[in-house]
Structure formats: structure tokens, C-alpha cells
Write a protein that binds this ligand. Structure first.
Ligand SMILES: CC(C)=CCC/C(C)=C/CC/C(C)=C/CC/C(C)=C/COC[C@@H](COP(=O)(O)O)OC/C=C(\C)CC/C=C(\C)CC/C=C(\C)CCC=C(C)C
Ligand code: CTP
Ligand code: MG
Length: 181
């Protein structure tokens, strides 16, 4: 498959993992997952990881996977490259795994003394990718092995940080996020 095809397929396959954190920013708030508890001196996760953001983000990412599956044959024809369909478990795993990766990153940030909202370059850009890929590999291993080729994984690891930076700076500019990362 030529490069354009690999890029299109990689972004398509990751879209159910890209949407949840965006939606959590838009829909989040309310009760924190850690219930306000500390581990040692610091919060377990912090007020930035909420039940509502996690649930709505996961639901939105799963819904995106269902929508992409419905239009995959048509879009494959239009774009001239075969685009994957998502079994429900794979769509859910990508979405929920993205949220879990972001939550795990907050756990690490608190353990390393970073306050809520502090940057952790590298981790911020890839936490949800690692979470999504690990979760889908565990919950839908056969689908994952067929769908994610090595070139696609390279494209995902290179392009996602760039997309994350552009999206977050955009969200900061329009006032949706308090920090541009
Ligand atoms: C389905 C519904 C209801 C909404 C979809 C919202 C939306 C804009 C989805 C885009 C998904 C997408 C293609 C994302 C790619 C980038 C990416 C990897 C994002 C990861 O999430 C970053 C998110 C939170 O990050 P954090 O948890 O690590 O802190 O960033 C915040 C994003 C938002 C609040 C969404 C809305 C953003 C804007 C309105 C900013 C405008 C965006 C731009 C100017 C540039 C967008 C460009 C590209 C190429 C995506
Ligand atoms: N599981 C999640 C993830 C995000 N959010 C919402 O999205 C905002 C931005 O997300 P993020 O940047 O990931 O969190 P931070 O507030 O920066 O906290 P942390 O330092 O722990 O990443 C959060 O403040 C919160 O309102 C949420 O409610 N639930
Ligand atoms: Mg943040």
C-alpha cells in the first residue's frame, strides 16, 4: 500500500481512540474518579479525571466506530483504499483504552509531583495511543493483528503527537482548554 493509503488507514483506524479525549474535555466535569482521595501527599488522579468525562468519551468513541463501520465500504471506494470496519468490541476497546491511557498518565503525573494541568511532554501526546492499542490488542487480538500493520503503527506514532499538539493549541485558542497541551 502506498504512503497515502497507509496514512488514511492509520488515521481511520485510530479515530475511535482520538475522539474520546476531545469529548471528555467538552463533556467532562463532576465527580472525580479518585473520589478526592490521596496516595501519600498527592491526589491519586486529580479533579481532571471524572466519571462523566470517561463515560461520555468512551460512548462517543464507540459511536464513532459504529458510524465509521457503516460508511467504510463507501469511503473505501471514494478514497481508493480499503478502510477497516470495527467489530463493536474493537470500537469500544479503542475508545475505553484511550481514556484508560489518559487516566494512567494522570496517575503518573501525580506520582512525579506534577499538579493537575501540568505538561508531561511525550506522555501527554501518546498516553491515549498506548492505552487504546493495548486495550484493543487484549480485547480483540485477531482483529488488531489483521488491521494494524507495522507501517500503520509507525504512522500512528509519528502523526498522533503532531495532531495532538495542533488540536490542543486550537482548543486553547478557542477557550475550550486551560492549557495549550
Ligand atoms: C464526535 C464529537 C461529538 C466531537 C468530536 C470532536 C472533535 C473535534 C474530534 C476530532 C478528533 C480528531 C481527529 C483528533 C485528532 C487529534 C488528537 C490526537 C486528539 C487527541 O485529543 C486531544 C484533546 C484532549 O487532549 P488531552 O486529554 O491529552 O489533554 O484535545 C482537546 C480537543 C478538543 C476540546 C476538541 C475540540 C477542539 C477544537 C475545537 C480545536 C480546533 C482544532 C483545530 C484548530 C485543529 C484540528 C486539526 C486537526 C488536524 C484535528
Ligand atoms: N477522563 C477524563 C478526562 C478529561 N476530563 C476533562 O477534560 C479536561 C482536560 O483533560 P486533561 O488535559 O486530560 O486533564 P487535566 O485537567 O489537564 O489533568 P491532568 O493533569 O491529570 O492530565 C479535564 O480537566 C476534565 O475537565 C474528564 O472530565 N474526564
Ligand atoms: Mg491536561
Amino acid at each position: 500500500m502506498e504512503l497515502v493509503g497507509v496514512v488514511l488507514t492509520a488515521l481511520w483506524a485510530m479515530l475511535p481512540a482520538y475522539v474520546p479525549n476531545n469529548v471528555a474535555v467538552l463533556a467532562g466535569g463532576g465527580k472525580p474518579i479518585d473520589g478526592g482521595r490521596n496516595l501519600g501527599e498527592r491526589r491519586v488522579l486529580g479533579d481532571g479525571k471524572t466519571w462523566r468525562g470517561t463515560a461520555v468519551g468512551t460512548a462517543a468513541g464507540t459511536a464513532v466506530a459504529v458510524g465509521l463501520t457503516a460508511v467504510a465500504p463507501t469511503m473505501s471506494d471514494i478514497l481508493g483504499t480499503p478502510l477497516p470496519e470495527f467489530p463493536l468490541v474493537a470500537g469500544f476497546a479503542l475508545a475505553f483504552g484511550a481514556m484508560l491511557g489518559d487516566i494512567a498518565a494522570s496517575f503518573l503525573k501525580r506520582r512525579t509531583g506534577r499538579q493537575r494541568g501540568a505538561a508531561f511532554p511525550g506522555l501527554d501526546q501518546l498516553d491515549f495511543v498506548v492505552g487504546a492499542l493495548a486495550c484493543v490488542w487484549v480485547l480483540a487480538p485477531a482483529w488488531t493483528e489483521v488491521t494494524f500493520t507495522a507501517p500503520m503503527l509507525v504512522v500512528v506514532l509519528v502523526l498522533t503527537p503532531l495532531l495532538h499538539i495542533v488540536t490542543n493549541v486550537g482548543a486553547y485558542w478557542v477557550g475550550l482548554k486551560d492549557e495549550p497541551w
